[in-house]
Ligand binder design. Structure first.
Ligand SMILES: [Cu+2]
Length: 466
């Protein structure tokens, strides 16, 4: 299922339940489990614990969009994980690579998936050039395990390994991230998800057939460069789901009628109203736990504030390819969408030739809006991605960044997470062109009359003359 996942020596894969006895006995003696590295940014699919055959997991596993689930080993009554904080190169889209800091070869790090009541032991090795810690956002745990460097523990120096150990006391959706030089380390991509499944049937937690999770992450990467600017507070230019940008984000797929859960965590510097087309959902949980049933109401958009988790659920009962995206329109754009002067209504006729004599690369952009940019084959600097990307069956989708698709199909098999391709609409169910007779041609807006006097803001031409 995920050939790029290197399970060194010990960990059994989804299919590989039989591990060579010699390697088990050798590694079982080791005090610290071998870290497992991930080299791919593809969605890895659900992970099956060792010794579990078929669908025999005690829970329905989570699928992290363009992410993976950390394998564990059982030792002395605890599930043992080994996270390695280290510099990584993340493929945010094919051909667009970013130098990040992450865990075990990727950013975000692997999703930790356990069951309520589990004792969890996590080794954290620091291979960064500076100290770090891990804070287990939202967990009930002993104070000394909370991971705030300087407050709850000494910092983990470069080259050293610390161990955290606590019981996953309540079910829910959590995150992990450093609580050391946070501004830099989170701007560089240090974050991950933690899912705790309920031990038994929980009155506020429904069974679902699909359980998706991802983090909202934002970066400031100058087009043509590879390393995020870590001092940027709000003007990030790369808006991502799990550090991937559309169209490189995996779709969420569901079989018609399935109950679907989506867990979204926000570790950016601003809030993101996550919007899904085609269905209504309810917020069934936050980082504080499952929400009481009386507090739930139908929504099609929910705001995920900074540092929050939102767990939403719906019945996938409407077939189709439904858009799912952040509703801040700047967050569904690539790096090139910002800092461009607004040209709507500016008449370039007669101006282009003289301008091109001064600036041979000058081109008319945006005088009818920016939709043309979706088709324009502008030459891009090396190592970035277009401002609007993604092509559907009817042309450019004019979206990038925090955008993906919910694909609902009657024919999707249970547990099949593969992309079913484009939705085929039943005849007569699609918007279509009609004969509009002698409709007038579109007109250019005319400049408003100059105010006679006073402080009224004058229409400025200078702002456009770049
Ligand atoms: Cu957003």
């Amino acid at each position: 299922m995920n050939p790029s996942l290197t399970r060194r020596h010990f960990f059994a894969g989804a299919a590989a339940t039989a591990v060579a006895a010699t390697s088990v006995s050798r590694v079982a003696l080791a005090a610290i489990p071998e870290p497992v590295q991930q080299t791919s940014a593809d969605t890895a699919g659900p992970w099956t614990p060792p010794g579990v055959t078929g669908a025999g997991r005690p829970y329905n596993p989570v699928v992290t969009l363009n992410g993976w689930t950390a394998p564990w080993r059982m030792k002395d009554g605890a599930k043992e994980f080994h996270l390695v904080a280290e510099p990584v190169v993340r493929e945010m889209a094919p051909g667009f690579l970013v130098n990040m800091w992450g865990y075990n070869g990727q950013s975000p790090g692997p999703t930790i998936e356990v069951v309520e009541g589990d004792r969890v032991r996590i080794f954290v090795t620091n291979r960064l050039p500076e100290h770090t810690t891990i804070h287990w956002h939202g967990q009930r745990l002993p104070n000394g395990m909370d991971g705030v460097g300087g407050l709850n523990q000494p910092q983990i120096p470069p080259g050293k390994t610390f161990v955290y150990e606590f019981v996953a006391r309540r079910p829910g959706t959590f995150m992990y991230h450093p609580h050391a030089d946070e501004m830099v380390q989170m701007a560089m991509g240090m974050m991950g998800l933690w899912i705790t499944h309920p031990k038994q049937k929980h009155p506020l937690i429904e069974d679902v057939q699909r359980d998706y999770a991802f983090l909202l992450a934002a970066f400031d990467v100058e087009p043509g460069s590879m390393t995020p600017q870590v001092n940027t507070m709000l003007e990030q230019n790369i808006w991502s789901f799990n550090s991937r940008v559309f169209p490189a984000i995996s779709p969420l797929v569901a079989r018609l009628g399935e109950r679907v859960r989506v867990r979204v965590g926000n570790l950016t510097m601003t809030n993101h109203p996550v919007h899904i087309h085609g269905i209504e959902f309810e917020v069934t949980g936050t980082d504080g736990g499952p929400t009481p049933k009386g507090s739930r109401w139908p929504e099609v958009t929910t705001d995920v504030a900074v540092g929050q988790m939102r767990q939403i659920e719906f019945i996938a009962d409407e077939p189709g390819d439904w858009a799912m995206h952040c509703h801040k329109s700047h967050h569904t754009m690539g790096a090139m969408g910002h800092g461009v002067p607004t040209m709507i209504g500016v008449d370039h006729r007669g101006l282009v030739k003289p301008l091109q004599r001064a600036a041979p690369d000058y081109m008319v952009m945006g005088e009818r809006g920016m939709a043309d940019m979706g088709e324009m084959q502008m030459e891009l600097p090396a190592n970035t991605f277009p401002m609007m990307t993604g092509t559907g069956p009817y042309g450019p989708i004019e979206m990038g960044g925090m955008f993906t698709l919910l694909k609902v199909r009657a024919g999707q098999k249970a547990g099949d997470y593969s992309d079913p391709g484009w939705y085929e609409m039943p005849p007569g169910t699609q918007a279509r062109e009609v004969d509009n007779g002698n409709a007038p041609a579109p007109t250019r807006p005319t400049a408003p009359a100059q105010p006679a006097s006073g402080n009224a803001r004058k229409p400025s031409a200078s702002g456009h003359a770049h």
